[in-house]
Design a protein around this ligand. Structure first.
Ligand code: ATP
Ligand code: MG
Length: 360
């Protein structure tokens, strides 16, 4: 029997509402599979904690999280706490301290009715964005000079280290090779004449070690267009922190919206815990109403199971998501259904259990 230790950070707004449904799915797996168990430890960090303690997480928070196999995060951010504080003091700190330098964001259309694009099939929208998650424009490097004076200048520096660039690009080549897919690098070397020229060079250099991987290279502006007009061009995509952040929101838009988008923050060396989270925020406009869509959070559980090497459960969760996306009445209102968050989770567990005889 394997026991996985999971740290729960439900966070703010709809975070706790959707995490509760993800935990329900994990508990169902535990019940259905005698070979797996989970232990959960919850941490009450987020904006409420900030308003009380002046910080988003405990001082020894990173130390506390170290021994876990995975962190399962809801969302952080709430009106009254500046966004850059909630983001930096928790999410970006965890990503950085635990060297979660790979952000895996699947862009997968599971029901063609959910895309706003005309005549696109599920086969045509099915790719994986591998986003650099530790540096680039989100490295926190910059300066604010002559504040408030007429000569005021603000600098936000993109940091691209040899180590940081090589490791993400190599990870992407490995993934393309492993899954026998093409690899597309997205950059902007014509305008960003240091960082992206370097990125392109590294992409080419590392590529020499992978002669069997078919590669493409696009400028980010062209790639944004193709995400919408010809998403079938993409199989595995590797890109920088900023571009990946923006492009994956386009990815969410073409596959059913924020209620479905998931992201895994991976430390491939497994020297520290990796973190799994829905991409959406705390959505204060709908929090407390019981109508948040928990599918993105449940999809994160699928990514977590894959990461644990329990791919059969990762796949099973994905196929139940697909089944549910064809069962309109079981969905939440953002997808045109009438279910509440908890009703969706309950139905999910029912469908998962119905499949378990094929799995265990
Ligand atoms: P952040 O500031 O972190 O981006 P946010 O609160 O702006 O967070 P977003 O994730 O950007 O939230 O989502 C924007 C809007 O999309 C929300 O205000 C909400 O109306 C809707 N939305 C997001 N996630 C969900 C969800 N899981 N279920 C239903 N609606 C959602
Ligand atoms: Mg937002």
């Amino acid at each position: 029997m394997k026991t996985f230790k999971i740290a729960l950070i439900p966070g703010d707004g709809i975070g706790p509402e959707v995490v509760a449904e993800g935990v329900k799915v994990l508990q169902a797996i535990e019940q259905l599979d005698p070979a797996i168990s989970f232990s959960f430890t919850e941490f009450p960090w987020g904006c409420e904690y900030y308003l009380e303690h002046g910080k988003m997480m405990a001082d020894d928070g990173i130390e506390k999280l170290k021994g876990f196999d995975a962190i399962y995060l809801g969302a952080v951010g709430y009106p009254g706490v500046p966004d850059h504080i909630s983001l930096w003091d928790l999410l970006l700190t965890i990503r950085k301290e635990f060297d979660q330098y790979v952000n895996l964001r699947p862009i997968t259309l599971l029901n063609p009715a959910l895309t706003p694009l005309k005549n696109k099939t599920a086969e045509q929208i099915d790719f994986l964005v591998i986003r650099e998650n530790s540096e680039g424009e989100y490295a926190g490097a910059g300066d604010w000079l002559f504040k408030g004076k007429p000569e005021e200048v603000v600098l936000q520096t993109g940091v691209f280290s040899r180590k940081g660039t090589e490791r993400i690009i190599r990870y992407a080549y490995e993934e393309a090779k492993r899954s026998n897919r093409t690899l597309t690098s997205i950059s902007k070397a014509n305008a960003l004449n240091y960082s992206m020229v370097f990125w392109d060079e590294v992409f080419e250099e590392v590529g020499k070690e992978y002669p069997d991987v078919q590669t493409y290279s696009y400028l980010v502006d062209a790639a944004s267009l193709y995400f919408v007009t010809e998403p079938e061009r993409f199989e595995v995509v590797v890109t920088s922190n900023l571009f990946g952040d923006i492009l994956t929101d386009i990815g969410a838009a073409i596959t059913g919206g924020m209620g479905l988008a998931t992201g895994a923050n991976i430390n491939p060396e497994r020297s520290y815990p990796s973190m799994f989270e829905p991409v959406h925020g705390s959505a204060p406009d709908i929090s407390g109403k019981g109508i948040a869509n928990p599918i993105a959070a449940i999809w994160s559980v699928s990514q977590m199971m894959d990461f644990f090497g329990e791919e059969k459960w990762g796949k099973a969760i994905l196929s139940v998501i697909q089944e549910m996306l064809h069962e309109k009445e079981s969905l939440t209102s953002d997808l045109g259904g009438e279910s509440t968050t908890t009703q969706l989770g309950d139905r999910f567990v029912e469908l998962l259990a119905a499949r378990s005889s094929e799995l265990v």
